[in-house]
Write a protein that binds this ligand. Structure first.
Ligand code: SF4
Length: 507
């Protein structure tokens, strides 16, 4: 399902800029605004003029947190910014980013997209009591600060302390992290060795930009240079742009999140050299080949289901039309993380075009089904509007496993496809038919089928092992072993054990 009705929730957007002689806070504002879709809970930026660092962050959208007066008060040529959706840590001001630290006479700020999976081990190794830090990003900032402090104390120099600390701390981190950092001198970008989350490098006439997605570069007038490589640390400052590889070349194994292609990133984003709108249209074309059905009209769930619907219509010959109108002036369902609000959210945001759907056999294309409750509400809404048949077509395979690398999908027990087969899901959501795109076709549709992708939520094969206790209901020893999919699935339980369609486990 699209973001508006219960699909994987975005993790975060990060943005950084270095432009000597220029005041960059308006640039960060524009960059964050372009990345707003990646997180709507909080926004913030840290700006330095080389002497003083000011951090402004708060709950809300970018335009709610910043106005022209606040922007005017943020003066400096070096900055990082962040838009957040909480995936670890509470949805609260304390966890708004960037995270700021004063360390040994220097200051730095870090903005993080992703999730660490070895939080407990890191806390224990650092001698911290569990729960001392508010989130994985907070812990990361703390570890970097401690190491930078040691560095400054050891050699009595501030310059280079942040990068030295990063080179030591980064290899201890496990999981997903695309980072941007600033101290008073340099802008730093980091991508974990699997590159789960995107990060790209751009060039301004008078400086450099780092951003989660390429449209943020376009909007601030930067030229795309390249994606930051998995396992790369880039340092941008008075000495130019330099790369370091803290993990060594052997550890780098690209595993870009497949859902960035399916839904998360903007359609005008480019990943692995591909514009995502085109990839999503191809997903619909392949879906039409795999799962044709006699119908009168193909529609997409706005907005993220629209490109695949266009492709489905083109390949099947069934006319494309609009069946659902989205209220664009209400924030996403995700703004309220209370699951009880989600179903109500879909009714507030989507309304059927009654005359367009009455008496019709509809193909409804969406990008994924996660919990299923909102799909069910949407199908019921279409039937109430007079639809004769509703055939659901999903442009990704069944979402069976939770994501531990930066998306909030809830627990296994909340995933409708965790234990149910496709026919059971069809019955639960109340559709006449239901079909998913195969994993092989999805990878072909990206345009770069041989590229490295994470598909853990679809296959259960986690590229970086996740804590066993994180996999609710899964016996120890099976969390990351390839080929154990079915055995593991047999142990995940919906809380009430109810039959398909009972709603058990799908709040
Ligand atoms: S588990 Fe799924 S959502 Fe998470 S990073 Fe991997 S492909 Fe993306």
């Amino acid at each position: 399902m699209s973001a508006e009705h219960g699909s994987p929730r975005e993790a975060c957007g990060v943005f950084g800029v270095y432009a000597p002689g220029r005041n960059v806070s308006p640039v960060v504002f524009d960059g964050l605004h372009a990345l707003q879709h990646r997180g709507q809970e909080s926004a913030g930026m840290a700006v330095t003029d080389g002497t003083t660092m000011i951090v402004v962050k708060d709950m809300g959208l970018v335009t709610q947190v910043f106005n022209e007066y606040k922007i005017a008060s943020l003066v400096g040529h070096l900055a990082v910014g962040h838009t957040r959706y909480s995936t670890t840590g509470a949805s609260s001001w304390r966890n708004a980013q960037p995270m700021y630290r004063h360390a040994g006479g220097t200051e730095f700020a870090v903005a993080h997209n992703g999730n660490l999976v070895n939080l407990d081990e890191l806390e224990a190794a650092a001698g911290m009591l569990a729960g001392t830090v508010a989130s994985d990003s907070d812990l990361m900032a703390e570890l970097i600060a401690r190491r930078a402090e040691e560095e400054v104390a050891g050699r009595g120099a501030l310059q280079g302390a942040l990068v030295t600390a990063l080179l030591d701390v980064l290899p201890t981190l496990e999981g997903a992290f695309s980072l941007v950092l600033v101290d008073h001198r340099e802008l730093v970008g980091v991508r974990d060795p699997n590159g789960f989350r995107p990060l790209c490098l751009g060039r301004l006439d008078d400086g450099w930009v780092l951003a989660s997605e390429t449209p943020a570069l376009d909007i601030v007038g930067a030229h795309f240079v390249r994606e930051v490589e998995p396992g790369e640390l880039v340092v941008i400052g008075p000495d130019g742009c330099q790369s370091y590889y803290p993990w060594g070349a052997a550890r780098a194994q690209p595993k870009l999140c497949l859902f960035e292609f399916v839904y998360l990133a903007r359609p005008d984003s480019r990943l692995y050299g591909q514009e995502l709108h085109g990839a999503r249209v191809r997903m619909g074309e392949l879906l039409a080949e795999q799962a044709p059905v006699a119908a009168d009209m193909v529609c997409g769930v706005p907005d993220s289901g629209l490109p695949a619907a266009e492709g489905y219509s083109r390949r099947s010959g069934v006319p494309f039309g609009h069946a659902l109108v989205k209220n664009r002036y209400i924030g996403r369902t995700f703004i309220d993380p209370d699951p009880g609000q989600r179903v109500h959210g879909v009714r507030r945001k989507l309304n059927p075009l009654r005359d367009a759907v009455a008496g019709k056999r509809l193909v409804v294309v969406d990008d994924s089904i996660v919990r299923g409750t909102t799909t069910r509400a949407m199908v019921a809404m279409l039937r109430e509007a007079g639809c004769r048949e509703v055939h659901l077509r999903i442009s990704s395979p069944p979402y069976r496993w939770p994501c531990y690398y930066g998306l909030d999908t809830g627990t296994r027990a909340e995933l409708v496809a965790a234990d149910l087969e496709v026919g059971e899901i069809r019955d639960y959501v109340g559709a006449d038919s239901l079909a998913y795109l195969s994993l092989d076709a999805l990878k072909r549709a990206t345009g770069v089928p041989g590229a490295g992708f994470c598909d853990a939520c679809l296959t259960g094969h986690y590229p970086v092992p996740v804590p066993h206790r994180s996999l609710q209901g899964v016996p120890e020893g099976t969390s990351s072993a390839p080929g154990t999919d079915r055995a593991v699935r047999g142990h995940a339980q919906h809380p009430a054990g109810g039959p398909p369609g009972s709603g058990a486990g799908h709040p």
